[in-house]
Design a binder for this molecule. Structure first.
Ligand SMILES: Cc1cc2nc3c(=O)[nH]c(=O)nc-3n(C[C@H](O)[C@H](O)[C@H](O)COP(=O)(O)OP(=O)(O)OC[C@H]3O[C@@H](n4cnc5c(N)ncnc54)[C@H](O)[C@@H]3O)c2cc1C
Ligand code: SF4
Length: 454
């Protein structure tokens, strides 16, 4: 058993990581699907979208050949509508709410229709928003992820001059460095960021990080500096590394953080990322699925997901679970890691406790408890995907009120520091892209009021 990189040929890597999402092949195919829509009054699909996209309206526009209008309808609610069409867990949002489900028929393919018009807009660089003349107001945003970009877009359209400070060398946040490349390719992420900034009024300063003790090549910035130079600041720096397992053996070579693993994969290219023969992935959320499927696609022979609850409680969607199954990943339910064993400093096996679900608590949730029985899995790599921890140290250093590192905001999106607003994963602790986009819109509207433009 060995952890190694460069396991596959270039062609095989390309095949394994190409976009899995086939588009409508023709405008006729899109129109046929659009014409199935019942254009419901008080549409449940719209209600279930966190950004409230007017779904029947944009579908009607596709049905009547008004693709540009349709893209505008989507972007006005969600400027990352193209990315969301590829990554949103639609079965628990719009498509899950479609009335066709009640008729026991396939729901309308809302995501695919959304992708149809928004990708056209990106590819043909349709100018759908006119920026108002500059008002002279300046806003700083920390982080060029979905929340920061969405906030920047609303502000820029209103004539605010926006500067985004981003610690990485590319924008898009976890869209670019987190979510699996077969859902959103690097080229797509770059084109989405470029499309958003093409409206004007947004400058992204890459390699700029809020905080101190920075590695060479990164420019440090501080909150007092921003408060002096800008009329308001929006913090959209997301969350940090994976939470530790806190079990013996966690420091062995071959134990990796899912976020770092995926970051390297997306930043350095597939062939340079080492993967084991036998990989255990701890967790069953979106990150765990992405780490497991990508390990397989990098050439791992066996990948096993370890989850302490049952299929009923798994945080990933059915669609994600099916992706992992199709890639040949196995799942061990009701199991929790208790020790990682090694030889010569390297991972050799993972010891797990068998779990059972205990009695329901006041909320009806049943917590897993150990049965006393254990089992051992031969593995040479363990990927931790047990949720991301917020940047608690940084937030405390900035003296921002928080709950265990999640930034606290009031109903206007404002933090305890005057003129400083926040949203996205940094506030909610880690949800989905569509939630971060909505938070960015809300933050922008609160800032517009604060700086006197509303
Ligand atoms: C592996 C993985 C898979 C996921 N899969 C999905 C999915 O399929 N569908 C879905 O909807 N959601 C998915 N998510 C969740 C989704 O990516 C996030 O909810 C969303 O990106 C949050 O947006 P954000 O802008 O709040 O934060 P981020 O996307 O994290 O963006 C924050 C930005 O701030 C920058 N930054 C951080 N600290 C600083 C600093 N000190 N100074 C300057 N810049 C800084 C970061 O580099 C980053 O660009 C996934 C997440 C992960 C980790
Ligand atoms: S619920 Fe379904 S059928 Fe009704 S408007 Fe939405 S997509 Fe169309």
């Amino acid at each position: 058993m060995a952890i190694q990189n460069n396991r596959l040929s270039t062609e095989q890597y390309e095949q394994n990581f190409r976009d899995i999402d086939p588009r409508f092949e023709s405008s006729t195919a899109a129109k046929v699907e659009a014409n199935r829509c019942l254009f419901c009054y008080d549409a449940p699909c719209t209600k279930s979208c966190p950004t409230h996209i007017d779904v029947p309206k944009f579908i009607k526009q596709i049905a009547t050949d008004n693709v540009k209008g349709s893209a505008h309808t989507i972007f006005i609610s969600n400027i990352m509508g193209a990315g969301c069409s590829k990554v949103c867990p639609v079965e628990k949002l719009c498509e899950g709410a479609c009335v066709y489900n009640l008729l026991e028929e396939e729901p309308i393919q809302i995501a695919k229709l959304q992708e149809y018009s928004t990708l056209k807009a990106l590819e043909e660089n349709w100018k759908l928003f006119e920026r108002k003349p500059s008002t002279g107001k300046k806003v700083a945003i920390i982080g060029a992820g979905p929340s920061g970009l969405s906030c920047a877009h609303v502000l820029a359209v209103e004539g605010v001059d926006v500067t985004i400070f981003e610690k990485e060398k590319k924008g898009g946040g976890l869209m670019t460095f987190g979510i699996a490349a077969y859902k959103v390719t690097p080229e797509f992420c770059e084109s989405e960021v470029n499309y958003i900034t093409s409206t004007g009024g947004i400058e992204i300063k890459y390699n700029h990080e809020l905080g101190k003790n920075l590695p060479a090549g990164r420019q440090g910035i501080t909150l007092p500096q921003l408060k002096k130079e800008f009329d308001a600041t929006y913090l959209a720096f997301g969350v940090g590394e994976t939470r530790p397992l806190k079990i013996p053996g966690e420091k062995l070579e071959g134990v990796v953080d899912a976020i770092k693993f995926i970051y390297e994969l997306r930043n350095n290219g597939y062939s340079s990322v080492p993967v084991g023969d036998k990989v255990a992935v701890i967790g069953m959320g979106m990150t765990a699925i992405d780490a497991a499927t990508q390990s397989k696609r990098l050439g791992a022979k066996e990948v096993t997901l370890i989850y302490r609850r049952t299929e009923e409680e798994m945080p990933c969607t059915e669609y994600e679970f099916n992706l992992a199954k199709l890639d040949g990943c196995e799942v061990i339910w009701l199991a929790s890691p208790i020790k990682i064993k090694g030889r010569k400093g390297k991972v050799k096996s993972l010891v797990c406790s068998r779990m059972k679900l205990g009695e329901p608590d006041a909320s009806g949730r049943r917590s897993p408890v150990g049965t006393g029985e254990t089992f051992t899995l031969d593995v040479d790599m363990v990927i931790k995907a047990t949720g991301q921890a917020p940047f608690e140290k940084l937030i405390n250093k900035l003296k921002i009120k928080n709950a265990k590192g999640k930034i606290s905001i009031d109903s206007n999106g404002a933090t305890n520091i005057k003129g400083v607003f926040a949203g996205g994963d940094a506030v909610n602790g880690g949800k989905e892209v569509v939630d971060a986009v909505e938070a960015g819109k809300n933050g922008a509207n609160a800032i517009l009021k604060y700086i006197g433009l509303r």
